[in-house]
Ligand binder design. Structure first.
Ligand code: FRU
Length: 488
């Protein structure tokens, strides 16, 4: 490690120590989600199970609750529930990453852990440079930088980033998010036999490619996953215009199901489907664990004009990762369910069988609090709407006549209500995770998901039901996760 790097890391640790008490005193600090120790967190990076240990890296600005020259923060775990805060994995110290070690991914080869990430450079004259870089580790904790392994290819401008690497048929592949010179978003495929030398295979998918119409000016964080003999391309396109109930957040994250031709890099695919119907979900990444599960984390946030109105900023931190989710393909649809390990956090179970809600608002004995998990099974919704109001701040609602699900919350900046709606032909099951300032709702065993931050009055722990429905309900309080370790 160079003296410069030691200095950069030390400055970040000083911030953690300086604001530790302030950050942890925040009533909106989450109990069972991964957050930055201080400052701003965005994308999950480098997800992997390496030598049996789970690693979650993340985009981190330790110095402010705004975006800046990103570090890679690092958590590890042996059970996907409790975590260890590890030393900083990457600090932006070299010429090729001066303005940030941007997003990327991890693979294991011959017992070594390889991190691929984007070196981001912003020049004084306003131009940008981008380098796809490599760092290698033999213990999963300390990384040696190898520098750029892929330069910007012809046809693209410097919005070229977020390498995701995987192996197929004895070769390595890398997909990179890109913007063409005429400002179209694309996912570009590269291949390598040794992880150091990369050559272009082709333009995998993008705005105006493979039968897709105009579909955004930049594609961020592509990820190709293999499920049920098909390929699923996750991507976060920027520049989609709202259409009906779709695309109302500033940026979207979703997927295409299709088939990749590894010889020419062409990905033939169906329509784009949003992965999440809520307000705060972006830049998801997956990995396959030793149990063979495809596990996804997303950033429970989004860069938009409301970001700087989040109340946690006054306590020197902002944003969090989602819960880890198991991803499956059922037909052509991606389902997401919370990892079964999270059941270890359950305590104080309360059950109500055959609850009938008939019109007016009701509360159920013992069903309130936060952090908690609510599971509604065998749901049958009668005529009209069925509503669940969470802490008088968020309302989940199913309209059986319109066959629509929606989530309403208060906009953090304007203080006005805002709503996200999706089509849902029937409602049979709802699993709701409430943390101190977040909600994740898994509908019909993961057919649709709503992810959102919300900021209710900290002492309002009420939950109420309204409309016409019958269901069985189980509620658990959820334990706070343990975060061990220091940063040195
Ligand atoms: C997505 C993103 C990535 C980039 C990173 C920078 O949120 O913009 O494209 O690598 O964040 O923090």
């Amino acid at each position: 490690m160079t003296a410069k790097e030691v200095q950069l890391m030390q400055q970040a640790y000083n911030e953690v120590v300086k604001y530790k008490d302030k950050v942890s005193s925040d009533p909106y600090r989450l109990d069972y989600h991964l957050m930055p120790p201080v400052g701003l967190l965005n994308d999950p990076n480098g997800l992997i199970q390496y030598k049996g240990v789970y690693h979650v890296f993340y985009q981190w600005n330790p110095f402010a609750t705004t975006h800046g020259a990103k570090y890679w923060g690092h958590y590890s775990s042996t059970d996907m529930v409790h975590w260890r805060l590890e030393p900083i994995a990457l600090a932006p110290r070299e010429w090729y990453e001066r303005n940030g070690c941007y997003s990327g991914s991890a693979v294991e080869e011959n017992g070594l852990l390889y991190l691929f990430y984007t070196g981001n450079v912003k020049n004084e004259d306003g131009t940008r440079e981008t380098y796809q870089c490599l760092a290698v580790s033999s213990d999963g904790i300390h990384f040696e930088k190898k520098g750029p392994v892929l330069r910007l290819p012809k046809g693209y401008n410097a919005h070229f980033r977020d390498p995701k690497v995987w192996r197929s048929n004895d070769r390595w592949y890398m997909v990179v998010g890109a913007q063409t010179h005429d400002e179209k978003g694309e996912a570009v495929l590269f291949t390598s036999t040794d992880l150091y030398n990369w050559e272009k295979v082709g333009r995998m998918a993008g705005s105006g490619l493979n039968g897709l119409g105009n579909f955004g000016y930049m594609w961020e964080c592509p990820d190709l996953i293999h499920l049920n003999g098909k390929e699923v391309l996750l991507v976060s396109p920027q520049g989609l215009k709202p259409r009906g109930h779709l695309y109302h957040n500033l940026f979207q994250s979703g997927y295409f199901v299709g088939q990749l031709d590894y010889r020419n890099g062409k990905f033939r695919h169906g329509d784009f489907v949003e992965l999440d119907r809520g307000f705060d979900f972006y830049a998801p990444q997956t990995f396959t664990d030793e149990k063979g599960r495809t596990v996804l984390y997303g950033w429970m946030g989004i860069t938009d004009e409301d970001e700087q109105s989040q109340p946690t900023i006054s306590n020197n931190w902002v944003h969090a990762l989602t819960l880890p989710r198991k991803v499956e393909l059922i037909g052509e649809k991606v389902y997401q369910r919370p990892l079964v390990e999270l059941e270890k956090l359950r305590k104080n179970q309360v059950r109500h069988q055959n609850v009938k809600v008939e019109g007016k608002q009701v509360e159920l004995a013992g069903v309130n609090g936060t952090p908690l998990e609510l599971l509604l099974n065998s749901v049958r919704v009668g005529k009209g709407k069925f509503e669940v109001t969470l802490r008088n701040e968020a309302v989940l609602s199913y309209d059986a006549d319109k066959q629509e699900m929606s989530l309403q919350r208060t906009n953090v900046k304007t203080k006005q209500p805002e709503i996200r709606t999706c089509k849902l032909s029937s409602l049979s099951n709802l699993q709701i995770f409430m943390d101190r300032s977040s909600i994740e709702v898994f509908i019909n065993n993961g057919e649709e998901v709503y992810t959102a931050r919300y900021f209710p009055a900290p002492d309002d722990l009420s939950i109420s039901f309204k409309g016409n429905a019958i269901f069985d309900l189980t509620k658990w309080d959820l334990e706070k996760i343990k975060i061990a370790g220091g940063l040195s």
